[in-house]
Structures are given as C-alpha cells and as structure tokens.
Write a protein that binds this ligand. Structure first.
Ligand SMILES: Nc1ncnc2c1ncn2[C@@H]1O[C@H](COP(=O)(O)OP(=O)(O)OP(=O)(O)O)[C@@H](O)[C@H]1O
Ligand SMILES: [Mg+2]
Length: 302
C-alpha cells in the first residue's frame, strides 16, 4: 500500500470565535486530480494554509505522504508545492533567480536547471526569465508564483485558485502543463470558482460549505446523483401546478428550469402543464453540470 498523498484527520480551526473548519476528514490518494470547491469563506484556503504549514490547526492533523505537517514540517513541506491564493513575492529577484533560489531552499542544485527551463516553457515565462519580479504584470506574476511552487518538482501540487485573474491563453497553457504533470504521476489538488474547469479536469471533487465537507465523490457520480438532466421551459407569467414544484430548480422571468433524474419525468412535467392549461412557448433540454450540483448543495449564498 502506498501512503496517501494527503490525509486530513478531524481538522478544526478557530479564528477567535469564528469556527472556520468544523472537523474536516479527507484522504487524497497519490496520482489523483482533485478539486476542492465551495463558496467564498467556506474554508478552502484555511485548509490549504494548514496543509502548507502556514497556520496551525486548532485540533486534528494533516499528513503529506505520512509526514505530519506540524511535527514533521520539513519532510512534509518538501513533498508539497503550494500556489497560494494571495500574490506574495520577493521583489529583488528576476524570475529565473527566484526559481533557482526556491529549488535551492529544498536542497536542489544545478541538476535541477532543466526542470526550471521546462516550467518556464510550460507556463509561457521563457521570455520573462530575466525580468525582475516586480516588473511583471499581475497575470505574469501569478504564472511566476505557480512556477515557484513547482521549482523543486514536488510530488504533491496544491493550487489555490490558480486561474483567478489570468487570461484564457494562460488558463489553457496552465491546464495542459498541469495535466502533463498529473500524467507523470504528480498528485494535483486545486480550488477554483470556475466549475467547468473542475468538471473537465478533476476525477474527484469535495464541496465545502461553512467549514464542512458537504459532498465528496467522483465527478461523474456527483453529476449522476444530482439530477441528470435539466429542462428549461419558457412559460411566461403562470402559476405552476403544485405537483411540479419539487422538480423546479430556478424560476426567472417566465423561464422555469426543472431538474430531472430521468426522461420519464419530462413527460410528467409536460402533462402536468397540459392539465393546467399552461402553454409551453419554448423548450430546451440539457445535461446537468457541476455548477448545478454545486448550487443544489451549496446554494447561491454561503
Ligand atoms: N487569518 C484569519 N483571521 C481571521 N479570520 C480568517 C482568517 N483567515 C480566514 N478567515 C475566515 O475564515 C473563513 C474561511 O476563509 P477562507 O479564506 O478559508 O475561505 P475560502 O473558502 O478560501 O474562500 P474564497 O473562495 O473566498 O477564497 C472566512 O470566514 C474568513 O473570513
Ligand atoms: Mg480562498
């Protein structure tokens, strides 16, 4: 048995009287491509900061490949590459110096240089390699911070909203590069508010709400479990028959969206409307996506 990439055990975190993490348990195996999702303030970054050893848990523990992040900080940290949500950087180095310095901090020398070139290339930073960090644009800085987290070639890579504020081109480039790392055996854990990214990339998903994990499953199971299909009907100003309300997900300006678990329910909705003399003006059927799952579990507000 290989040790799990990450094992989170009963983790609580208090900030004063605020109970930011309320007993989180989560195991992520080596080689997984894992998404941690949740609305603003759910506790994602708090969990990642504990994992990275930046803050201490109030209770519970986290291990990276069996090394405790508090008691065996050095070993655990060595195995991790963490891209923080906040942009913090050292303004005195250029990009390449910064990457060499970072790798050196984890005991890597000149033999690591080809890897640094590969990161620069993969993240589109090659022509910025000699540019000072403080002269980079916001998006370029984010690229450099992603590169920084990868500089020592860690087996476990954690990205906290890596694509916030980056352009479409980098997003594509970043995901190609991260997918390549995952294929090469690196474990990837990411948080993102772009749910279509998580759906396309991640094989397993945890959803957090107010400091707790409220769903944990493979992406495909989540999609299947929560209403396989969505039926959008344009009905105008009408009052729906009571019997249809349980299936109604959203109602907006005469457009009614129903969440359906199978095709038979479409007939149910249509016959219900017919019986109530409600005319269907337009109709659209689509597969539910991760965003629907998210909204039904986590809601619009935290
Ligand atoms: N250093 C801190 N001191 C006090 N409260 C904090 C601190 N860090 C986080 N919090 C609080 O803990 C809760 C969880 O915050 P956290 O940053 O983990 O959320 P998040 O899920 O990462 O949200 P987002 O999607 O906005 O990044 C929030 O209520 C936040 O205000
Ligand atoms: Mg966060």
């Amino acid at each position: 048995m290989t040790s799990p990439a990450i094992k989170i055990n009963g983790v609580h975190k208090y900030f004063g009287s605020l109970h930011a993490l309320k007993g989180v348990d989560l195991t992520i195996e080596q080689g997984e491509f894992f998404a941690l999702l949740g609305p603003n303030g759910a506790g994602k970054s708090t969990l990642i900061n504990i994992l990275a050893g930046l803050i201490k848990p109030s209770a519970g523990n986290i291990a990276v490949m069996d090394f405790d992040v508090v008691h065996q900080y050095q070993q655990a940290r060595q195995l991790l590459g963490v891209v923080p949500q906040e942009l913090v950087f050292d303004p005195f180095f250029n990009v390449r110096e910064m990457l060499r310095f970072q790798a050196g901090y984890f005991g890597r020398g000149p033999e690591n240089d080809p890897w640094i070139d590969e990161i620069l290339e993969g993240l589109g930073l090659t022509d910025k390699a000699n540019t000072n960090m403080r002269k980079l644009s916001g998006g370029m800085k984010r690229r450099a911070l992603i590169a920084q987290a990868l500089a020592h070639k860690p087996p476990v890579i954690v990205l906290d909203e890596p694509t916030a504020g980056v352009d479409v081109e980098l997003r594509q480039m970043l995901w190609e590069f991260i997918k390549k790392l995952n294929r090469a055996g690196h474990t990837i854990i990411l948080t993102t508010h772009y749910l279509e990214e998580a759906e396309a990339l991640c094989s397993r998903v945890a959803m957090m709400k107010q400091g707790e994990i409220v769903a944990l499953d493979s992406t495909s199971n989540l999609l299947n479990k929560f209403a396989g299909k969505q039926l959008r009907l344009s009905l105008g100003k009408v009052t729906l028959p009571q019997g249809l309300l349980p299936m109604l997900r959203v109602q907006d300006n005469g457009i009614f969206t129903f969440a359906l678990s199978d095709m038979e329910q479409i007939e149910m909705v249509l016959s219900g409307l017919r019986a109530a003399n409600i005319k269907v003006l337009d109709m659209q059927l689509s597969e539910a996506d991760l965003e629907d799952v998210f909204l039904s579990l986590v809601g619009n507000h935290s």
